[in-house]
Design a protein around this ligand. Structure first.
Ligand code: SAM
Length: 211
Protein backbone atom coordinates (compact mmCIF):
# COMPACT_ATOMS: atom_id res chain seq x y z
CA UNK A 1 0.00 0.00 0.00
CA UNK A 2 1.25 3.49 -0.82
CA UNK A 3 2.72 5.41 2.12
CA UNK A 4 0.29 8.30 2.59
CA UNK A 5 2.76 10.15 4.82
CA UNK A 6 6.18 9.71 3.17
CA UNK A 7 9.08 11.10 5.21
CA UNK A 8 9.54 14.78 4.45
CA UNK A 9 12.81 15.82 2.79
CA UNK A 10 15.21 18.07 4.65
CA UNK A 11 15.23 21.86 4.44
CA UNK A 12 18.41 23.52 3.20
CA UNK A 13 18.65 27.17 4.12
CA UNK A 14 21.21 29.48 2.58
CA UNK A 15 21.38 32.73 4.52
CA UNK A 16 22.35 35.32 1.92
CA UNK A 17 25.10 37.36 3.56
CA UNK A 18 26.11 39.70 0.74
CA UNK A 19 24.33 42.98 -0.05
CA UNK A 20 24.33 42.14 -3.77
CA UNK A 21 23.66 38.91 -5.61
CA UNK A 22 26.54 38.18 -7.97
CA UNK A 23 25.98 36.11 -11.12
CA UNK A 24 28.20 33.42 -9.55
CA UNK A 25 25.83 33.13 -6.53
CA UNK A 26 22.73 33.13 -8.71
CA UNK A 27 24.05 30.12 -10.67
CA UNK A 28 24.87 28.33 -7.39
CA UNK A 29 21.43 29.07 -5.97
CA UNK A 30 19.56 27.91 -9.06
CA UNK A 31 21.47 24.62 -9.06
CA UNK A 32 20.70 24.13 -5.33
CA UNK A 33 17.00 24.79 -6.09
CA UNK A 34 16.87 22.29 -8.98
CA UNK A 35 18.69 19.52 -7.08
CA UNK A 36 16.68 20.04 -3.88
CA UNK A 37 13.43 19.96 -5.84
CA UNK A 38 14.47 16.71 -7.56
CA UNK A 39 15.45 15.14 -4.21
CA UNK A 40 12.21 16.04 -2.43
CA UNK A 41 13.97 18.61 -0.22
CA UNK A 42 13.16 22.29 0.29
CA UNK A 43 15.51 25.15 -0.46
CA UNK A 44 15.03 28.41 1.37
CA UNK A 45 17.08 31.47 0.50
CA UNK A 46 16.81 33.65 3.60
CA UNK A 47 17.75 37.22 4.52
CA UNK A 48 17.25 38.46 0.97
CA UNK A 49 17.05 42.28 1.11
CA UNK A 50 13.56 43.39 -0.06
CA UNK A 51 15.21 45.80 -2.50
CA UNK A 52 17.16 43.02 -4.20
CA UNK A 53 15.72 42.11 -7.59
CA UNK A 54 16.29 38.42 -8.25
CA UNK A 55 17.68 37.53 -11.68
CA UNK A 56 15.36 35.67 -14.09
CA UNK A 57 16.93 32.25 -13.55
CA UNK A 58 16.03 32.49 -9.84
CA UNK A 59 12.60 34.06 -10.31
CA UNK A 60 11.65 31.00 -12.36
CA UNK A 61 13.51 28.40 -10.28
CA UNK A 62 11.29 25.51 -9.18
CA UNK A 63 11.82 24.49 -5.58
CA UNK A 64 13.14 27.86 -4.37
CA UNK A 65 11.46 29.78 -1.56
CA UNK A 66 12.75 33.29 -0.96
CA UNK A 67 12.51 34.89 2.49
CA UNK A 68 13.37 38.41 3.55
CA UNK A 69 13.45 37.22 7.18
CA UNK A 70 16.66 35.84 8.66
CA UNK A 71 17.20 32.34 10.05
CA UNK A 72 16.69 33.37 13.70
CA UNK A 73 13.26 34.81 13.01
CA UNK A 74 12.12 31.91 10.81
CA UNK A 75 13.15 29.13 13.22
CA UNK A 76 12.60 31.01 16.47
CA UNK A 77 10.90 28.01 18.16
CA UNK A 78 13.02 25.18 16.73
CA UNK A 79 16.61 26.35 16.95
CA UNK A 80 17.74 22.91 18.21
CA UNK A 81 16.65 21.33 14.89
CA UNK A 82 18.96 23.64 12.88
CA UNK A 83 22.51 22.52 12.02
CA UNK A 84 25.04 25.06 10.75
CA UNK A 85 27.51 23.71 8.21
CA UNK A 86 30.65 25.27 9.52
CA UNK A 87 34.22 24.74 8.23
CA UNK A 88 35.45 25.48 11.80
CA UNK A 89 33.20 22.94 13.59
CA UNK A 90 34.92 20.23 15.63
CA UNK A 91 32.70 17.36 14.37
CA UNK A 92 32.10 16.18 10.82
CA UNK A 93 28.51 15.76 9.62
CA UNK A 94 27.31 12.13 9.83
CA UNK A 95 24.31 10.29 8.32
CA UNK A 96 22.84 10.08 11.88
CA UNK A 97 22.68 13.88 11.99
CA UNK A 98 19.81 13.46 9.55
CA UNK A 99 17.79 12.08 12.51
CA UNK A 100 18.78 14.94 14.83
CA UNK A 101 18.30 17.91 12.50
CA UNK A 102 15.63 18.91 9.96
CA UNK A 103 17.19 22.16 8.81
CA UNK A 104 20.72 22.62 7.46
CA UNK A 105 22.09 26.13 7.33
CA UNK A 106 24.82 27.48 5.02
CA UNK A 107 26.48 30.83 4.55
CA UNK A 108 25.46 32.47 1.27
CA UNK A 109 28.97 33.72 0.70
CA UNK A 110 31.25 33.47 -2.30
CA UNK A 111 34.24 31.27 -1.61
CA UNK A 112 37.48 33.15 -1.03
CA UNK A 113 41.11 32.17 -0.92
CA UNK A 114 42.35 32.23 1.77
CA UNK A 115 38.93 31.78 3.44
CA UNK A 116 37.90 34.84 5.49
CA UNK A 117 35.65 32.84 7.86
CA UNK A 118 32.50 34.80 7.16
CA UNK A 119 30.58 31.72 8.36
CA UNK A 120 31.39 33.17 11.81
CA UNK A 121 28.46 35.60 11.24
CA UNK A 122 26.14 32.56 11.55
CA UNK A 123 28.27 30.72 14.16
CA UNK A 124 27.76 33.50 16.68
CA UNK A 125 24.00 32.90 16.57
CA UNK A 126 24.68 29.69 18.55
CA UNK A 127 23.54 26.86 16.24
CA UNK A 128 25.10 23.41 16.55
CA UNK A 129 27.82 23.11 13.92
CA UNK A 130 29.13 20.31 11.71
CA UNK A 131 32.04 20.26 9.29
CA UNK A 132 32.20 18.67 5.82
CA UNK A 133 35.90 17.87 6.04
CA UNK A 134 38.79 20.31 6.22
CA UNK A 135 38.64 21.74 2.70
CA UNK A 136 36.52 24.72 1.64
CA UNK A 137 33.65 23.89 -0.73
CA UNK A 138 31.51 26.18 -2.86
CA UNK A 139 28.07 26.76 -1.32
CA UNK A 140 26.28 24.52 -3.86
CA UNK A 141 28.86 21.76 -3.24
CA UNK A 142 28.36 22.07 0.55
CA UNK A 143 24.57 21.68 0.09
CA UNK A 144 25.06 18.76 -2.34
CA UNK A 145 27.38 16.94 0.08
CA UNK A 146 25.05 17.58 3.05
CA UNK A 147 22.11 16.18 1.09
CA UNK A 148 24.10 13.06 0.14
CA UNK A 149 25.11 12.55 3.79
CA UNK A 150 21.78 13.17 5.56
CA UNK A 151 19.28 12.01 2.90
CA UNK A 152 21.24 9.29 1.06
CA UNK A 153 23.10 8.28 4.27
CA UNK A 154 26.60 8.20 2.74
CA UNK A 155 29.50 9.08 5.08
CA UNK A 156 31.21 12.37 4.23
CA UNK A 157 34.57 10.64 3.62
CA UNK A 158 33.03 8.07 1.25
CA UNK A 159 31.89 10.66 -1.30
CA UNK A 160 34.24 11.02 -4.30
CA UNK A 161 35.74 14.52 -4.55
CA UNK A 162 37.98 16.59 -6.80
CA UNK A 163 40.12 19.18 -5.04
CA UNK A 164 41.41 22.36 -6.69
CA UNK A 165 40.52 21.41 -10.27
CA UNK A 166 42.35 23.09 -13.12
CA UNK A 167 39.77 24.37 -15.61
CA UNK A 168 40.66 25.16 -19.20
CA UNK A 169 39.50 28.75 -19.72
CA UNK A 170 41.03 29.30 -23.16
CA UNK A 171 43.22 27.50 -25.67
CA UNK A 172 46.39 28.44 -23.79
CA UNK A 173 45.22 29.03 -20.27
CA UNK A 174 43.90 27.11 -17.26
CA UNK A 175 42.56 28.44 -14.00
CA UNK A 176 42.76 26.60 -10.67
CA UNK A 177 39.62 26.67 -8.53
CA UNK A 178 40.65 26.65 -4.85
CA UNK A 179 37.71 24.51 -3.69
CA UNK A 180 36.57 20.93 -3.18
CA UNK A 181 33.89 19.61 -5.58
CA UNK A 182 31.93 16.36 -5.81
CA UNK A 183 33.29 14.17 -8.62
CA UNK A 184 30.68 13.53 -11.34
CA UNK A 185 30.16 10.23 -13.15
CA UNK A 186 32.50 11.27 -15.97
CA UNK A 187 35.25 12.27 -13.54
CA UNK A 188 34.44 15.99 -13.81
CA UNK A 189 33.87 18.40 -10.88
CA UNK A 190 30.11 18.92 -10.50
CA UNK A 191 29.35 22.62 -11.03
CA UNK A 192 26.18 24.63 -11.67
CA UNK A 193 25.03 24.88 -15.27
CA UNK A 194 26.64 27.94 -16.87
CA UNK A 195 29.44 28.20 -14.29
CA UNK A 196 32.26 27.13 -16.61
CA UNK A 197 31.16 29.76 -19.17
CA UNK A 198 31.04 32.40 -16.40
CA UNK A 199 34.54 31.47 -15.20
CA UNK A 200 35.80 31.72 -18.81
CA UNK A 201 34.10 35.11 -19.26
CA UNK A 202 35.54 36.40 -15.96
CA UNK A 203 39.03 35.22 -16.82
CA UNK A 204 38.83 37.00 -20.23
CA UNK A 205 37.73 40.15 -18.39
CA UNK A 206 40.66 39.78 -15.96
CA UNK A 207 43.04 39.51 -18.89
CA UNK A 208 41.37 42.50 -20.56
CA UNK A 209 41.93 44.56 -17.39
CA UNK A 210 45.66 43.78 -17.61
CA UNK A 211 45.97 44.89 -21.26
N1 SAM B 1 35.31 31.31 2.82
C1 SAM B 1 34.22 30.93 3.56
C2 SAM B 1 33.96 31.63 4.83
O1 SAM B 1 34.22 32.82 4.81
O2 SAM B 1 33.46 31.06 5.79
C3 SAM B 1 33.52 29.68 3.27
C4 SAM B 1 32.37 30.04 2.44
S1 SAM B 1 31.73 28.64 1.60
C5 SAM B 1 31.96 29.16 -0.04
C6 SAM B 1 29.98 28.90 1.83
C7 SAM B 1 29.33 28.03 2.87
O3 SAM B 1 29.47 26.66 2.55
C8 SAM B 1 29.91 28.17 4.28
O4 SAM B 1 29.36 29.28 4.97
C9 SAM B 1 29.49 26.83 4.92
O5 SAM B 1 28.14 26.88 5.38
C10 SAM B 1 29.58 25.85 3.74
N2 SAM B 1 30.87 25.14 3.68
C11 SAM B 1 31.82 25.20 2.70
N3 SAM B 1 32.83 24.35 2.97
C12 SAM B 1 32.52 23.74 4.13
C13 SAM B 1 33.18 22.74 4.93
N4 SAM B 1 34.35 22.19 4.59
N5 SAM B 1 32.57 22.35 6.09
C14 SAM B 1 31.37 22.87 6.45
N6 SAM B 1 30.71 23.81 5.75
C15 SAM B 1 31.28 24.23 4.59
Amino acid sequence: MADLNPPKGKTFVVEHLDPELEEWSSLEYSSIAAESHAAGAQFLLSSVPPSLKLPKNLQQAKGLKVETRGIEEIYVDSKHRVCLLDPAASRDLSPEDGDTFDVFLFGGILGDDPPRDRTSELRKKGYQGRRLGAIQMTTDTAVRVTRIVVQDKVAVDKIPYIDNPELRVSKNETSEMPFRYVKGEHGQPIMPEGMLELIKKDSEKGLGDLL
